[in-house]
Design a protein around this ligand. Structure first.
Ligand code: SAM
Length: 255
């Protein structure tokens, strides 16, 4: 059927792709891929002939013209499958502008959902999953990063961040300062791959566990929400005494 299809692809293990995603890749008129080589490789791996297929590069830096051409194909009744390098398109990956323009034109847009590192990390983190905020990559520069983390650290939701393995140590150090050494977190590394690893602990423990040179592979950081302030019994007693002292004495006098 004509339309723009957003097709999720594996984040590691090549078999993490849905049957419907494969059907769409096998039948789409055009495949718009962030990396055409990765897309070809994935198709060949699953027995879909890539040779002779129209596979064009589409990424964040693609021009208005490239976008207009792809949407023109859909407008003319064609099907365009959009795939990113890994995982779900638009999730810290290209695709947003294409979808925005397609929606503005009233063209059909469909998702073929599948893997995303954010959800995979949230699900294995052991942290509350009822309400979470995906905040993508924090800024790489110190001052900007701290500003963003200060905004995020007090939001009462589990926080999911992408980060480069080289910068994870610096991110953890900033978070110890901003969110507190005792806040729980999980580093989810190389999910679905051979060296998959989840390191769970407090921010201080995780900062300690990461070597100065950083980690290897791809990582997601999941951060617990701020703790509700614990009840301070002394504070409660003092407030009660204070309230008692303010009570009118009439009641006691009339007994
Ligand atoms: N669109 C992708 C998705 O849906 O997850 C994300 C693309 S983003 C450019 C790449 C980042 O995703 C990496 O830097 C890392 O933070 C995270 N990531 C991707 N694959 C991962 C994996 N297998 N394990 C851990 N993190 C991963």
């Amino acid at each position: 059927a004509p339309g723009l299809y957003l097709v999720a692809t594996p984040i590691g293990s090549a078999r993490d792709i849905t049957l419907r995603a494969l059907d769409i890749l096998a039948s789409a008129d055009t495949i718009a891929a962030e990396d055409t080589r990765t897309a070809r490789h994935l198709m060949e791996l699953h027995g879909i002939k890539a040779r002779g297929r129209r596979i064009v590069a589409y990424h964040d830096h693609s021009s208005e013209g490239d976008r207009a051409r792809l949407l023109g194909l859909v407008r003319d009744g064609g099907s365009v499958a959009c795939v990113s390098e890994a995982g779900t398109p638009l999730v810290a990956d290209p695709g947003y502008r294409l979808v925005k323009d397609a929606v503005a034109e009233g063209l059909p847009v469909t998702a073929a959902p599948g893997p995303s590192a954010a959800l995979a990390a949230l699900s294995v983190s052991g942290l509350p999953s009822d309400r979470f905020l995906f905040a993508g990559f924090p800024p790489s520069k110190g001052a900007e990063r701290r500003k963003v983390l200060e905004e995020l650290a007090n939001i009462p939701s589990t926080l999911v961040l992408y980060e480069s393995p080289r910068r994870i140590k610096g991110l953890l150090a900033d978070l110890v300062d901003i969110a507190g050494a005792d806040r729980k977190a999980a580093i989810c590394r190389e999910l679905t791959k051979r060296f998959e690893e989840v390191i769970r602990g407090t921010l201080a423990e995780l900062a300690e566990a990461v070597p100065d040179k950083g980690l290897r592979g791809e990582v997601v950081l999941v951060l617990d929400r701020p703790l509700a302030r614990p009840i301070d019994q002394e504070e409660v007693d003092a407030a009660l005494l204070d309230a008692l002292e303010r009570l009118p004495m009439k009641a006691a006098a009339s007994e």
